[in-house]
Write a protein that binds this ligand. Structure first.
Ligand SMILES: Nc1ncnc2c1ncn2[C@@H]1O[C@H](COP(=O)(O)OP(=O)(O)OP(=O)(O)O)[C@@H](O)[C@H]1O
Ligand SMILES: [Mg+2]
Length: 325
């Protein structure tokens, strides 16, 4: 399968505000939110990105679309380096690259009816005229289960729940028939009763449009359901990457093991090795030397504290960044 997206050594650092003294001394600090990650997503593939809060998932997703400007690296979308595009070229490619934002309360304009929020981009991108755009919007509302769709079309975001807004955001992104979507916690607020059918709908879109997706979630069980392959992030780095089932059922990296242990909904495999990490996630301004998990990992040895482990293929298609793997 040809690659739809290839991300190479992507870095996104945010400057940190410093006190007057540091500022006078000319000191600058950065949050290394994404610190050199590489992965690729095939056409029609759903690629999961998991990890605890603050590990850099959203920043990675937004950087790929240049909604935040990356500090370095390459993002090759359908053969084009997105980071090198000028404004106009970027605008044109944007129709093909959509995002479902993590915060559904911030992602819809409060003054725009939700039907219009779906129809508007179709008109802007010259895909449909007003009448067609309305029809497509109605169809999409129905597909995401907001029925009767004529009634929902005229509602305002403040009349919807968080989960319903997420469904609008999905409808809006999918109406454009994109080639690639960043779905950032796209089902996190959707009622459990509705979630399975929305995940199925995403599957349908994937099949219908051969859509590729970067599926960001903190919920390992959701990743396990939908993602073909998954990468695990810790402090701005990918620590493990592989086929989702294999990765979650047989994690190799101590961080992935701890993450899977802590997921209440994944209780199978009683005999799985239990890994408990010490302390808390350090801040991303001054990550630990060597392996970033070394100060918390029960297995850490000297090399872990001095040398940064590379992502290595330990079995076919399964990559782990751990000296001990
Ligand atoms: N615009 C910004 N300016 C400064 N720091 C930021 C900015 N956006 C994110 N960060 C920092 O970058 C790091 C990664 O944040 P990010 O939102 O990407 O994490 P996340 O994995 O999506 O977390 P969550 O699961 O809570 O959504 C955090 O330390 C965060 O505080
Ligand atoms: Mg996030």
């Amino acid at each position: 399968m040809p690659e739809m997206l290839e991300v190479r050594n992507l870095k996104t650092y945010f400057p940190v505000r410093v006190g007057i003294l540091d500022s006078l001394r000319g000191k600058k600090y950065f949050v290394k939110a994404v610190d050199g990650i590489s992965f690729s997503i095939d056409r029609g593939e759903i690629f999961g990105l998991i990890g605890e809060s603050g590990c850099g998932k959203t920043t990675a997703g937004r950087s790929v679309l240049r909604l935040v400007e990356p500090t370095g690296g390459e993002v090759i979308f359908d053969g084009v380096d997105v980071l090198k595009l000028g404004k106009e070229e970027l605008r044109r490619i944007r129709r093909r690259m959509q995002i479902i934002f993590q915060d559904p309360y911030a992602s819809l304009s409060p003054r725009m009816k939700i039907g219009e929020a779906i129809a508007h981009p179709l008109i802007i991108h010259g895909i449909a005229d007003r009448r067609e755009a309305r029809e497509i919007a109605l169809r999409m509302l129905k597909r995401v289960g907001l029925t009767p769709e004529e009634e929902y079309y005229d509602r305002y975001p403040n009349q919807l729940s968080g989960g319903q807004r997420q469904r609008v955001a999905i409808a809006r992104a999918m109406a454009l028939k994109p080639d690639f979507v960043v779905a950032d916690e796209a089902v996190s607020m959707i009622d459990v009763s509705m979630r399975a059918s929305i995940l199925e709908l995403l599957e349908e879109f994937r099949r219908d449009y051969r859509l590729s997706m970067l599926f960001i979630t903190h919920d390992i069980a959701v990743a396990r359901l939908i993602a073909d392959r998954t990468a695990v992030m810790y402090l701005g780095k990918i620590v493990e990457l592989g086929k989702t089932r294999r990765l979650i059922d047989n994690p190799i990296h101590p961080y992935t093991k701890a993450l899977v242990n802590a997921a209440p909904s994944i209780t199978r495999r009683e005999r799985r090795e239990k890994v408990k990490l010490r302390g808390e996630v350090p801040n991303a301004v001054n990550p630990p030397k060597g392996c970033r998990l070394s100060n918390r990992c029960p297995f850490a040895t000297d090399i872990c504290r001095t040398k940064e482990p590379e992502l290595r293929e330990v079995e076919s298609g399964h990559f782990v960044a751990c000296h001990l793997a």
